[in-house]
Write a protein that binds this ligand. Structure first.
Ligand SMILES: Nc1ncnc2c1ncn2[C@@H]1O[C@H](COP(=O)(O)OP(=O)(O)O)[C@@H](O)[C@H]1O
Ligand SMILES: [Mg+2]
Length: 283
């Protein structure tokens, strides 16, 4: 924890990066998303409303193809809702913005830039002064434990390390919201657990809102304050469960009664939806 405290201090020293407190309120207001039109129309997301509080950690859980990525992309501003709107801190989302950082499952780093250059990319484009870029680079490299790799290129790093750079790159823009689309889905089980733990540390140091898409029930319970479960395609919210496990979380909580009970509740709802999704996909 000492590491986190000193990190927070360093963040404060480079321009009030903890100012995300109170920011990051997401309202998904009657959002429906249809791709194509006429007979080719494909309803990806049915009318959905969600209110996500500043600093909340929300996991969106649902079977493959149910519209999780599409819904997340509408918050990121990459996909425009066909009806309804997304409002972040009272401002309607009209496109991507630095206050909404996104981390994808596929490591989307610039292969021709060093790790440090990848991390400071956003602030550099935003025209931040050189001294600040130095400080941001050093801080975030340290935060994700990759200071030694500042001058390396993405291809020289493992998948887990690249994903840490992806998180650092998103955070370097001081977002109030971090949107994560199955970010640990391609990692091996052990690395995945470590990444979950460090994500929670980062989240508690920054106080930002996280919306994390996953199809892994254990991952959702371990991370979230709240789990939003989506139905099979076309997706809509079918359950909104509070996770009352204490924080800080530890992996050994997975054997507690509270964890098991929640897991049962999630599986019960998801099982029926997964069967529906499977039936649809095999038609
Ligand atoms: N750009 C697009 N154009 C047409 N259909 C799309 C597009 N993006 C996603 N879809 C479709 O929308 C549905 C939901 O996709 P997605 O949000 O990726 O699901 P999930 O992330 O839950 O697996 C799928 O049937 C998918 O094929
Ligand atoms: Mg997806």
């Amino acid at each position: 924890m000492e590491h986190v405290v000193s990190l927070t201090d360093r963040l404060a020293s480079i321009g009030g990066r903890r100012s995300s407190a109170g920011r990051g309120h997401i309202r998904v207001d009657g959002v429906a998303i249809t791709f194509g039109s006429g007979r080719k129309a494909h309803h990806a997301v049915m009318e959905t409303s969600l209110d996500i509080k500043p600093g909340e950690f929300v996991c969106i859980l649902g079977p493959s193809g149910c519209g999780k990525s599409t819904l997340l992309s509408s918050i990121a501003g990459y996909v425009r809702p066909s009806s309804g709107e997304v409002i972040v801190d009272n401002v309607p989302v009209r496109g991507p913005g630095p206050e909404r950082g996104m981390v994808f499952q596929q490591y989307s780093l610039f292969p021709w830039k060093t790790i440090r250059e990848n991390i400071v990319f956003g602030p550099k484009v935003a025209g931040r002064p050189k001294a600040e870029l130095e400080a941001i680079g050093a801080t975030f490299l340290e935060m994700v434990g990759l200071a030694k790799f500042a001058q390396s290129y993405p291809a020289e790093l493992s998948g887990g390390m690249q994903q840490r750079v992806g998180i650092a790159r998103a955070l370097a823009n001081s977002p109030s919201v971090l949107l994560m689309d199955e970010p640990f889905g391609a990692l091996d089980a052990q690395t995945r657990l470590m990444m979950q733990e460090s994500l929670l540390e980062i989240w508690s140091a920054f106080g930002i809102t996280v919306v994390f898409v996953t199809h892994d029930v254990d991952e959702a319970i371990f991370l979230a304050d709240r789990i939003v479960i989506m139905s099979a395609s076309p997706g809509s919210v079918i359950a909104d469960l509070k996770v009352t496990l204490p924080r800080p979380r530890s992996q050994d909580m997975a054997t507690t009664d509270a964890f098991m009970e929640l897991k049962r509740a999630c599986h019960e709802r998801i099982r029926a939806e997964s069967l529906k999704a499977f039936a649809q996909q095999s038609q």
